[in-house]
Ligand binder design. Structure first.
Ligand SMILES: C[S@@+](CC[C@H](N)C(=O)[O-])C[C@H]1O[C@@H](n2cnc3c(N)ncnc32)[C@H](O)[C@@H]1O
Ligand SMILES: [Zn+2]
Length: 290
């Protein structure tokens, strides 16, 4: 079966969870090739199996090179394995046995590897993952590589998702829109937001920026904004280091927006170390929809 037909089949099952981004009307699968609302706004399934539900063309700094590097760091270097472990444990604990369908949204999913890994770790056939990102390049890459989730090009601030239709929202290193998150979550649904702490990738930041100061970065503002919208049930701090080799250091540079504002000499010096311990220092905010 082609990617496109497989995606059409999954959409037929879950179409009630989506809505038209223009008029907010419900959508139907039409002629096994597109999604259509009652006002005839039409969105075609792409051959790779995703649907573009943007109302206007979007541009993003995030490009193929960055997404390819993120994919390698996540899937081959396994730098975020313990993050995926922690998140899937939280999801499994939260999940009621009788809930069907159980939909997980990754809002700002990029090239989709975090969502795929978390679904793999949950090892549960009844969960369906939906990855949404404003970057078409990210979604095309996700749809080509990972066949089971639903992949959408869309804006998380004006999402093509129906009210109260998702049980879990993942939001990993991506912008948030809490009003939208609350709208689309079921009552008592879960938001899992991953934010960096002060030592996150500190070796990279120290190497790329002369004026890097080890100031204590606080995410208090992020946490208090989060708490205004959700009941903060837990904050999990994840801090560890992992040794990366030269090829992996190159990917680390490529995957990070930090390299956009650094010069080539600093980047080369960092990669030419040959290997380095890299620090991951994150907070995982767990919120319940009040
Ligand atoms: C730092 S990347 C993180 C991507 C992915 N979660 C990861 O960790 O690899 C931030 C992502 O947010 C996406 N993004 C930014 N604004 C967005 C919006 N309004 N709606 C959907 N996605 C958005 C970007 O396209 C990008 O893929
Ligand atoms: Zn419409």
């Amino acid at each position: 079966m082609t990617n496109k037909l497989k995606s059409v089949e999954v959409f037929i099952e879950f179409v009630a969870a989506f809505r038209c981004p223009h008029c907010e009307g419900s959508l139907k699968v039409a002629d096994l090739k597109s999604l259509k609302c009652s006002n005839n706004h039409t969105f075609d399934f792409a051959k790779q199996g995703y649907v573009n539900l943007m109302t206007h063309p979007s541009s993003s700094h995030f490009n193929n090179k960055l997404f390819e590097a993120r994919q390698k760091i996540i899937m081959e270097s396994n730098l975020y394995a313990s993050l995926h472990e922690k998140i899937s444990k939280v999801i499994k604990e939260h999940m009621g046995v009788s809930i069907f369908p159980f939909l997980i949204l990754d809002a700002g999913c990029g090239e989709g590897s975090h969502l795929q890994r978390i679904l793999d770790k949950c090892m549960n056939g009844i969960m369906t993952g939906v990855g949404l990102d404003i970057s078409k390049e990210g979604i095309v890459m996700a749809a080509k590589k990972y066949k089971d989730p639903i992949w959408l090009v869309g804006d998380l601030a004006k999402s093509p998702l129906e009210d109260q239709s998702f049980h879990v929202i993942l939001n990993i290193f991506s912008p948030s829109n809490y009003k939208e998150f609350k709208r689309i979550l079921v009552p008592n649904g879960l938001v899992i937001k991953v934010v960096p702490r002060s030592n996150y990738l500190k070796e990279l930041r120290e190497a790329l920026f002369d004026d890097f100061e080890k100031k204590v970065y606080k995410n208090d503002d992020t946490v208090s904004l989060f708490k205004k919208h959700f009941y903060l049930s837990d904050v999990i701090n994840l801090c560890f280091t992992k040794k990366l080799n030269k090829a992996e250091l190159e990917n680390l540079v490529q995957m990070s927006p930090l390299a956009w504002t650094s010069d080539q000499a600093h980047i080369d010096a960092f990669v030419n170390r040959g290997s380095s311990e890299i620090t991951i220092d994150l907070d995982i905010l767990i919120g319940l929809n009040k």
